[in-house]
Every structure is written in C-alpha cells, then in structure tokens.
Design a protein around this ligand. Structure first.
Ligand SMILES: Cc1cc2nc3c(=O)[nH]c(=O)nc-3n(C[C@H](O)[C@H](O)[C@H](O)COP(=O)(O)OP(=O)(O)OC[C@H]3O[C@@H](n4cnc5c(N)ncnc54)[C@H](O)[C@@H]3O)c2cc1C
Ligand SMILES: NC(=O)c1ccc[n+]([C@@H]2O[C@H](COP(=O)([O-])OP(=O)(O)OC[C@H]3O[C@@H](n4cnc5c(N)ncnc54)[C@H](OP(=O)(O)O)[C@@H]3O)[C@@H](O)[C@H]2O)c1
Ligand SMILES: Cc1cc2nc3c(=O)[nH]c(=O)nc-3n(C[C@H](O)[C@H](O)[C@H](O)COP(=O)(O)O)c2cc1C
Length: 579
C-alpha cells in the first residue's frame, strides 16, 4: 500500500493522472481481494524466538520471518526476554534461533526464559512443533551450547522436532539460509497472503548491509591514551556520508578487516609457497597472497590446522595435548601462539596452497560499540578501540582488526563496515529516568554515545558513570569531554577506579559498593543499569556487586535480590553490551 501511496502522490500531469487513475483503482481492488483471501484462509501463525547478544540471531530470525511470509504464513518474531514460559506453552509452531555467549551460556536476553523452561515445574509441550538454529563459533569449547540445550529441552518436554537442529560456525549465513529454506516449506504452503505482505514491506533505505558492507573512509585516527601508557587506545571517526545509513546510540559497527601484508608474506614463506599460486575462493580465482589478505583468518589457528600441524610435524608435546583431550592444557599451550608461531616452531610443515586454505576459517568482521550519538553525528561513526599488540615467541603479534585500523596510514583505503543494531541497549525513552553506566576501559564507548544522546535530547534525567582503567595519568580517556559534561550538568556523577595507581587494585565494582546506598536509591527511582566491556571477569564481578548492593541497601535476602535483578532485566533496565 505504501508504494501505491507514493506513486499516487508523485507529481504527474492531469493526462497521466487520468490514465493512472484506472491502474491505481484496479491495483487497490486486487490488493483488497488478496487481503480478503488472506483473511479468509487465516494464515497460520508461526513463532520465531531469538536469543541474541549482538544481533546475528535476530537478523536470521527476521530473514526466517521474511521467508515465512512469502509462504503465506504469519510469522511473529519475538526476543526471548519479551515472553514468559506461559506464552511458550500456548504456542504450537516454534522456530528458535539462538547464539551462545560467555562460556557455553545463553545470551543475556535468553537467560530468564531458559531458566523457566529448564525448571522442573515447566509443563510438557506435547502439541508444540519446533526446530532450532544454533549460532556459535567452533573456536569456543562449548560450540553452540545454548542452541543444543534448547533443542534437547524442548524434545525432553515432549515437543516434536520437525527439522533437525543446524549448528552454525562464524560464517553462519549459508547454513542459516539453508535451514530457513528447508524448514519453512514444511510449515505451510504459498498462498495469496504473501503478495499483500510483500507489497506492504518497505524497501531498505540503503543498499548497504551486512551482506554488502559500506566502503567507508576513516577520517580521524587519534591516540587517546598517553604516549607512555602501557596500552594503546584510539579514537576513530568513520565517514558514512553518502551511504544512507543511520544508527542509534547503543548500536555496534562491524568492521571487515584485511590481514597484515607482512604476516601474509611470512606465512606463505613458512608453508613453502610463493604466493602466486592461483586458487578458487568463493567461486573466484585469486592468488594465494590475495586469498590470505582478504578471505581467511590467519592469526588464530583453526582446530583443524592445529591438528594437521601436529600430525605432519610429529610434535610430541602438541600431539600429547590433542590426544588427552585436555582442553585447558591445549588452550594454555596455544595462548600467545598464532598460526605463524606454530608453523615456525614445526618447520617440517609445508603445505600446498589449496591444502593450506582448506584448513583455514573465513576471516570475520569484528564488532565495535559505537561511541557517538547518531543524532549528533549523522555523517560519522565514532569508535573507541584498544589496539591488540603483544610480544611472544620473539615476535610482535598484532590483533587483526584493531591494528588494521590503528596502522591505516592511507586515508584512501576503504574500511568496509556495517551496523549491528542492539535494540535493547538504548537510552531510555523517558528522558527523566536516571541512567547508571558501568564502563571501564573501552567499555566507556557506548556511554560517551549515551551522554551525547542525552545532551542532544536535553534530557533532564540524572546520569552516573563508573569508569576505570589502569592509570589516571595515562589512561583517563575522554577526560576533557567527561569533565566538560560534568560541568554542564549532563554527567551528574563520575566515579573513577584506576586499578594500577596504588598497591591494591581498585575496580569499578569497588566504587559501586562504596556508593551502594545512592546506587540503590537511583534504581528505586526507576534507574536503568548499563554495563559494557569485558565479559569474562569485569561483567561477572559487576553483576555480583549489583546483587550485593541491592541485598544490602534494599534489606533483601539473596533470593529477593535475585528477583529484584530479574525484574530489572525483564523490564530491560539492566542490560549489557559485553564481549
Ligand atoms: C559487541 C562487541 C562490541 C565490542 N566493542 C569493542 C569496543 O568498543 N572497543 C574495543 O576495543 N573492542 C571491542 N570489541 C572487541 C573487538 O570486536 C575485537 O575482539 C578486538 O578489537 C580484538 O580484535 P582484533 O582483530 O584486533 O584481534 P584478534 O586478531 O581477534 O586477536 C585477539 C586474540 O589475540 C590473542 N591475544 C590478545 N592479547 C594477547 C596477549 N596479551 N597475549 C597472548 N594472546 C593475546 C587472544 O587469543 C585474543 O582472542 C567488541 C566486541 C563485541 C563482540
Ligand atoms: N573477550 C574479549 O575478546 C575481550 C574482552 C575485553 C577486552 N578485550 C580486549 O582487550 C583490550 C583492552 O580492553 P579494555 O581497554 O576494554 O580493558 P582492559 O585494559 O582489559 O581493562 C580496563 C580496566 O578494567 C580493569 N579490570 C580488570 N579486571 C577487572 C575486573 N574483574 N573487574 C573490573 N575491572 C577489571 C583493568 O585493571 P587491570 O588490568 O589493572 O587488572 C583496567 O583498569 C581490547 O583489545 C579489547 O578488545 C577483549
Ligand atoms: C564473548 C563471546 C563469547 C562467546 N561464547 C561462545 C561459546 O561459548 N560457544 C559458541 O559456540 N559461540 C560463542 N560465541 C560466538 C557467538 O555465539 C557467535 O558470534 C554468534 O554469531 C553471535 O550471535 P548474536 O550476535 O546473535 O549474539 C561467543 C562470542 C562472544 C563475542
């Protein structure tokens, strides 16, 4: 209908209008008939639930919905935190798309529903038909664990699996498409409803997306940490002018990097190739050098490559670790060793170009939390990135993407990027509600964006930032901006934890505990609690501190405090962007 309205409102001459009049009225009545047909047949509802931390599963869920509509079904796409177990019991056809986070854990938005569904009190689901698509990364020990858990639990509850679970590695697009095209036709058949839906759906504003990244220009690359800091954190501004793309504070920008040319050359030499070997990659013929530059992960070795190096070299230590299946010992052995180290330490490992490529994983984009407000900066996206550089085995090692950006000297080189929206990590709609933000290190990134957003909206709600890093003198990034925001009154409170400025470490969670009474008071006033940064240590410790603060200052038992936190999560007042 929207397309018809646009056409009708276009500036046609009277003669054109007279001719088009007949066309529009014919088209409208056809659409009404189709809509009538759709109502008459009552399209079957299918539920698509997603568990997603950074948007991949959500985007697959939406793709599944598009395919379902095209088959005359009525898809309802829902985030797992938007429903409770009673709603699940009432469903009869369910597709689940979920990623795995932490160490084999559910993504944040799936945790509460999962707890309810895995409880002993969960009713059986004999009438439910389901299929699961699991997203994960074979680099993690518990590959696709969340999807596997859902699949097993639904079957255990008596639901009928209509199509076998598909587990996707980082290159999830092709297997996800194949799952969608296999499972959807089993749920219903094409009918007239799809025609109406297709016309109703708006065309995307921009031609650029995850599938077609925008070739952007890096316009600012500035060191934020002091030259004598023990770390290197940089501020980037990436131009999106001309892309017709837009973003919200809280979203992430994903960058598609290319590998360091020196590393590519060193690996080619180590495997005994020249780099000129021509190989087919994704249906295209290209030199080994180009393939390793742009298509494959060459820093972190795949499990298959580690195994092959062990077999070919006969390295006893490595073979021993692989055969015992002691994952922790293997991961300790691999820590600090990249693909080149493994090749150099096992010099008998020569490979033909095709053999080597077959053992590599595709080069993946890296996500970065955006540190600007899309309302204040419509043409640029700001990022705050710590460059990964470390020495081990007598070489300097560089993180693929963070140093691709840091070392980009030629401003003409394209930075291919796409947005990864995070619909729950948002400044509250209500401008009067307080925000508490915990973001040590690069975790401060989205909170710079949130504060800009509040400034732009002239929001009156109070804002409290807990920031920390190693040393105040060298690592107090965005200090001028934050202090200016404090002076302006946008940043109501700033609590700082510089961990290495004294003998005993002080972390953001220590500051939370120190000011627990006030923190609890802000929560009681309807405050939102946001966390960004390290997932493995910081976010877990902050979670524990939040629980302790709530129990102590709310005078609650542990169970009541857990309930309080669950209510915050349920109402999206406790949300995290952790990595
Ligand atoms: C949603 C999301 C948002 C993010 N936002 C940000 C952000 O705002 N800012 C930011 O800086 N990052 C952010 N990240 C992390 C970012 O995506 C990358 O993971 C990070 O930049 C490292 O990527 P890289 O390609 O440079 O390093 P990689 O090439 O991926 O190398 C990293 C690997 O190197 C190894 N390694 C690292 N340090 C050492 C060491 N000292 N010794 C031995 N081995 C080591 C580890 O195996 C590590 O996994 C975010 C991640 C996600 C998922
Ligand atoms: N999963 C991941 O891949 C992942 C996660 C986080 C960061 N990183 C990468 O690591 C690099 C640096 O990250 P960054 O600048 O964000 O942070 P960072 O340098 O690791 O840490 C920032 C601050 O947090 C402190 N910290 C350490 N452990 C903590 C804990 N348990 N609770 C609270 N605070 C704690 C640090 O103190 P001390 O160092 O003095 O102990 C430091 O003061 C980046 O490349 C980033 O991408 C990767
Ligand atoms: C911090 C972190 C932890 C992860 N842990 C796991 C894991 O334990 N097992 C796994 O298979 N994948 C793991 N992954 C990979 C994600 O599941 C995968 O990237 C997925 O595509 C993300 O989808 P999402 O954007 O919908 O959350 C992890 C990713 C990150 C960034």
């Amino acid at each position: 209908m929207k397309i018809l309205q646009l056409l009708e409102n276009a500036p046609y001459s009277e003669t054109q209008r007279a001719w088009l009049g007949g066309f529009f009225s014919g088209m409208r009545s056809q659409l009404k008939q189709n809509a009538g047909a759709a109502n008459a047949t009552v399209a079957q509802t299918i539920h698509i639930l997603y568990g997603s931390q950074t948007g991949n599963a959500e985007s697959v869920a939406n793709d599944a919905a598009t395919a379902a509509k095209a088959h005359g079904l009525k898809p309802v796409v829902t985030s797992m935190d938007a429903i409770d177990s009673d709603a699940l019991v009432a469903m009869d056809t369910l597709l689940i798309v979920t990623s795995t986070y932490g160490e084999g854990e559910m993504p944040d938005n799936a945790q509460m529903l999962w707890e309810a569904v895995s409880a002993e009190s969960m009713p059986t689901l004999p009438n439910l038909k389901f299929s699961v698509l699991a997203l994960g990364d074979t680099g993690y020990d518990l590959f696709c664990k969340a999807g596997i858990d859902w699949d097993n639990r639904l079957a255990e509850l008596g639901a009928t699996r209509i199509y076998d679970r598909v587990d996707c590695d980082v290159a999830f697009e092709a297997p996800a498409e194949s799952w969608i095209s296999s499972v959807i036709p089993q749920l219903g058949s094409k009918d007239a409803a799809s025609m109406v839906v297709d016309i109703e759906s708006a065309a995307p504003k921009s031609q650029y997306s995850r599938k077609n990244p925008f070739p952007a220009k890096l316009v600012v690359n500035r060191l934020l940490t002091a030259a004598d800091s023990s770390k290197e954190t940089r501020h980037y501004e990436i131009s999106i002018a001309g892309s017709e793309l837009s973003y919200e504070a809280g979203d992430a920008l994903s960058i598609v990097p290319t590998n360091c040319p020196e590393l590519v050359a060193a690996i080619i030499k180590a495997i005994g190739c020249t780099g000129d070997e021509i190989e087919p990659v994704n249906g295209e013929s290209m030199s080994l050098t180009d393939a390793l530059r742009t298509h494959f992960e060459i820093k972190l070795p795949s499990k298959e490559l580690v195994q092959e190096i062990a077999t070919r070299s006969g390295n006893q230590e490595l073979n021993g670790l692989l055969s015992t299946g002691d994952k922790e010992a293997l991961s300790n052995y691999l820590w600090g060793r990249d693909t080149l180290d493994l090749l150099l330490q096992n010099p008998l490992c020569e490979f033909a170009a095709a053999e080597f490529i077959a053992l590599l994983k595709p080069l993946q984009h890296r996500a970065y939390s955006i540190s600007s407000s899309g309302k204040m900066h419509t043409d640029t996206v700001h990022l705050t990135v710590a460059s990964v550089r470390y020495d081990s085995f007598d070489r300097q090692h560089k993180g693929v993407c963070s140093t691709f950006l840091a070392d980009l000297v030629d401003a003409q080189i394209e930075v291919r990027c796409f947005f990864t929206p995070n619909k729950v990590f948002r400044v509250p709609d209500d401008n009067n509600l307080p925000m508490i933000m915990v973001g040590p290190g690069t975790g401060v990134a989205p909170f710079r964006a949130f504060l800009q957003e509040r400034q732009y909206r002239k929001a009156t709600g109070k804002n409290w930032l807990f920031f920390g890093d190693r040393n105040a003198a060298t690592d107090f990034i965005y200090r001028d901006e934050l202090e200016a925001m404090q002076a302006d009154g946008v940043l109501t409170r700033l609590d700082l934890a510089f961990s290495r400025d004294q003998a005993e470490k002080i972390y953001v969670q220590d500051k939370m505990r120190e000011h627990g009474a006030e923190l609890f008071a802000w929560l009681e006033q309807g405050g939102y609690f946001f966390v960004c940064g390290d997932a493995y240590y910081m976010a877990k410790d902050v979670d524990k501190a939040l629980l302790d603060v709530i129990a102590e200052h709310g005078k609650l038992t542990e169970a009541q405090a857990v309930d309080y936190v669950n209510q915050l999560k349920k109402h999206k007042r406790y949300v995290r962007d952790v990595y």
